[in-house]
Design a protein. Structure first.
Length: 315
């Protein structure tokens, strides 16, 4: 009876040995740099050795740069992990030398270090066409404003049209014919005051054949109280304004002050000589900056209304 038991035991051992051998063979297979190595370097090394910062002149955001090294020379010696300074810094017990430094990232896990060792042993191979991280400082938001060259077109009505025309030409799109005067009038009315022009306003515009007729319409609409009413509602949405009169059984005697804040906003938008930043300052602190100017003091009514209604505005 002992022989079958021993035979069964030997079979189990052989299965375990085969499984272990398969795992070892799998681990010794080609290490995919893009899937296994680059994510490790990105998570633990780019903060100090990436596009924004290159301590000791070392960048690790591409395989080519990893092999190139920094001011002190190469940090990876292909096929010689035991001679690669990068691994020494990752595995050292000296906290002053270990990478990443304390407080600047989590230490690598043992299995991550083993992957790096195997990658280096296999030659530290990486794609030839790998692109480095883009320099965050190169983003347009950090560049000084500058006039961009634009191909001038005889068809353009203004500089904005030049940009549009250049984009259309680049994409091979044919430009639409110029809109009729009535269409332009309708568009500007809807944009600025939210309603189409009346028949009499259309007739008045058609009768004005002097140069600058369209510009005069724009100026007139910008000076109209309806312009403040039309665009004031967008600012009221930002300010979370609403008429809450009647939400309780008792009279909301102070609601009129909140409503006056909305009216003050419409008034501010109707003042062509008032900037947006000044309007916002008055909405936040007119009682501090407007003195005894009642027309501007009412701007704080919006803050009052939202505080009474229990609304918190967020940027």
């Amino acid at each position: 009876m002992g022989i079958p038991v021993q035979s069964h035991f030997l079979k189990i051992v052989l299965v375990l040995v085969s499984a272990a051998g398969g795992a070892t063979a799998s681990a010794a297979g080609p290490v995919d740099y893009a899937k296994r190595i680059k994510p490790i370097l990105a998570a633990h090394c780019y903060a100090c050795h990436g596009a924004l910062k290159q301590e000791s002149g070392l960048r690790l955001d591409t395989g080519v740069l990893v092999r190139k090294g920094g001011e002190s020379g190469p940090v990876v010696i292909p096929r010689q992990p035991e001679k690669s300074p990068l691994l020494e810094r990752l595995r050292t017990d000296d906290a002053s030398l270990r990478m990443p430094p304390e407080g600047k990232g989590q230490p690598l896990k043992p299995e991550q270090v083993r992957l790096l060792v195997e990658w280096i042993r296999q030659g530290a191979v990486s794609p030839d066409d790998e692109a480095p991280q883009a320099d965050p400082k190169a983003h347009w938001a950090f560049r000084a404003p500058a006039r961009q060259p634009v191909d001038l077109s005889a068809e353009s009505y203004n500089r904005i049209d030049d940009f549009v025309a250049a984009g259309l030409r680049k994409r091979g799109v044919k430009r639409l014919p110029e809109a009729s005067a009535v269409t332009l009038l309708r568009r500007v009315y809807l944009d600025l005051v939210g309603v189409p022009p009346t028949m009499s306003e259309q007739a008045e515009f058609a009768a004005d054949t002097a140069p600058g007729a369209y510009e005069r319409v724009v100026d007139r609409l910008l000076e109209s109280p309806r312009y403040g009413e039309r665009w004031g509602r967008h600012w009221m949405d930002v300010w979370r304004y609403s008429d809450w009169y009647g939400r309780r059984k008792v009279p909301d005697s102070l609601n009129s002050y909140g409503q006056s804040g909305g009216g003050g906003l419409d008034h501010s938008l109707g003042q062509n000589d008032k900037s947006y930043d000044r309007m916002i300052v008055e909405m936040l602190a007119a009682d501090e900056v407007a003195g005894d100017d009642d027309e501007n003091l009412v701007a704080t009514g919006l803050s009052f209304a939202t505080s009474i209604a229990g609304i918190t505005t967020r940027g």
